[in-house]
Write a protein that binds this ligand. Sequence first.
Ligand code: NAI
Length: 246
Amino acid sequence: MRLVDQVAIITGGASGIGKETALLFAKNGAKLVIADYNEAGGQAALEELRALGTEAEFVKADVSNREDVQTIVDTALNRFGRIDILVNNAGITRDGFLVKMDPAAWDQVISINLTGVFTCTQLVAGVMMQQGAGVILNAASVVGLYGNVGQTNYAAAKAGVIGMTKSWAKELGPKGVRVNAVAPGFIMTAMTDSMPEKVLGLMEEKTPLRRLGQPMDIAKAYLFLASDDASFVNGAVLSVDGGLTL
Ligand code: NAI
């Protein structure tokens, strides 16, 4: 029980890593607000959280829409009166080779994976600064550190998230707010479902631990970073990739 009575917002909490993280946080005593633009998935995740006896809310929200993000923040404050943890997890891919990339795919990925993280953090940071405490966790990626063929938009957004993480660690640290990022390798979720078996097999072979990641691998990293065990960790980008990028 490492997050007793801590109030956490998790974006993209309807599936994959976000949902796993919400459930793990709940089992560690947290109160949850999950936000996602997938309403059916969000309601189902909410039911699972409440079945654990967790105080939780679901907000149907698109993180690229500022009004929606304000609704997430208002919901957390109205229901729980504070926000201790923000996990900026919502994200998408719209892959394509550079010369073929539809500019709309560029805009979409940047507005969700980069601007969405900016907006959520901007609207939550003021609350945390007033509290004099808080933790912000961002979903980066190995792709943001090392790049990837066919992922110009995604790599740009995730590299941007890493830049924002370090800037905010410096800016918000003096106010008692820690900011860190996790850079997952290839994790088995809906996001990687669409990747060809062959590519996933290759990734597995290239990973020293000889397996792909599971959502729980990332959820545990978020739990560590959110908890007091990481009270002196600020501005870090924690690779959780089985050694893939060594
Ligand atoms: P996922 O596709 O299973 O889950 C993403 C969730 O975000 C979905 O529930 C989706 O509805 C939600 N979402 C997407 N756009 C949204 C928006 N505009 N507003 C609100 N909700 C939105 O994907 P997964 O794998 O769980 O990814 C979670 C995060 O981890 C993403 O930021 C992703 O980029 C990152 N990541 C994932 C890796 C992987 O291999 N699966 C590797 C590295 C990073």
